[in-house]
Ligand binder design. Sequence first.
Ligand SMILES: *Cc1c(COP(=O)(O)O)cnc(C)c1O
Length: 454
Amino acid sequence: MTSPDTRSLLTDAAARAIAYLESLDTRPVYPADDAVRRLRAALDAPLPDGPADDADVVSFVDGLGAPATVANAGGRYFGFVTGGALPATVAVNWLAGAWDQNGFSVVSSPAVAAFEDAALQWLKQVLHLPAESAGALVTGATMANFTSLAAARHRVLADAGWDVERRGLFGAPEVTVIVGAEAHATLFKVLGLLGLGRERVVTVPADDQGRMRADAVPDIAGPAILCLQAGNVNSGAFDPAADIIPRARRQGAWVHVDGAFGLWARASHTRADLAAGYEGADSWAGDCHKWLNVPYDSGVAIVRDGAALQAAMSISGAYLIASRQRDAIDVTPDSSRRARALEVWAALKSLGRSGLADLVDRNCRQAAALAGRLNDAGVEILNDVVLNQVVAAFGDEERTDRVIANLQHAGEAWAGGTTWRGRKAMRISVSSWATTDADLDRVFDAILAAWRQA
Ligand SMILES: *Cc1c(COP(=O)(O)O)cnc(C)c1O
């Protein structure tokens, strides 16, 4: 099917992508305003009446798009707990693009279904979660929370004699939803999507690191869902799972864990104790595009009660032949979907248990070292640096804002702003396989330069 033109088009695209990756060490971590302006100006064009040369299409994207990118794939991007993409995962992502598989079922793509089964087994093993759990590969932690909480909603209402998939929430028994004061914003979005209400929640106060206070968790009765967090997006702290989960489950609650990035601590040598006790929960949401370092978009929901997940997600249709194997369409919110299992499998295959542990441990060590050096230089570190997150303040609010802006503008590194316990701060998330200790030196120097300049 490939003509010589197609071959040269794809070879050229690969060469351009490789050149991009090789430029990461020297390109600005955040694009200059005029690179973005040039791209927008070029895109401000009418829909073409006729075809264009494919080579020109690729050349446009690379020539105008690449300079406007955020160098998220490099080692000095510390915004939003993102992580990069491991080489093997980028490579299989290219193959998956060429394969163009539709991963909704075993019939639609036997190969993707096989990779998905294997990837989910390995994920449960590396995260030390119950082997009998069901799982779903989805777009990210938001949808992993959604998928998990749809299963939770099914189970707690089914136990109360209500079939929520058939009848909806109109007239249903009340469901108590308990969250921590520091729950992630996307969790509230998910509660809204599920009809459980963004604000109709019981909020448990947090301690000074953002952890749910175990002593403040109320007694639970009736249909109830308790949402814990493994990894606070500012401090990196973990809700005290071992103190909360056994009692909540004894009282009949479904316990869900939003562990977008923190769940990966369970794969580490040095930080696993932070995430101890979470295996006792009912469902877990994780992000593979964060610390597993696969390309976007990629998250995972793991659900102990596979029947509840299936009840929440399965569909029937005349053209769908029920198979005895696992069909993704019956356990995910999606129908047609991309082959993200390949990248998850490739990450775990290329790293192995020890490689993933080393990656998490290295990033945590780097975060602690950077926090220590900043602290020694007089920067105020606002959190206990237990994981990969550093929250730093540079004097008053205006000064801190200026340091963040200076750092972002200089292009040597990128970290975002946050508000932590009422204070304006810089948030530094170390979660990329690509971050070297030399990168950390450059970041340290860049932060101090930005501070002096402010
Ligand atoms: C990143 C994150 C999310 C949202 O994940 P997406 O992949 O952006 O959907 C949810 N919860 C926590 C704790 C996160 O860190």
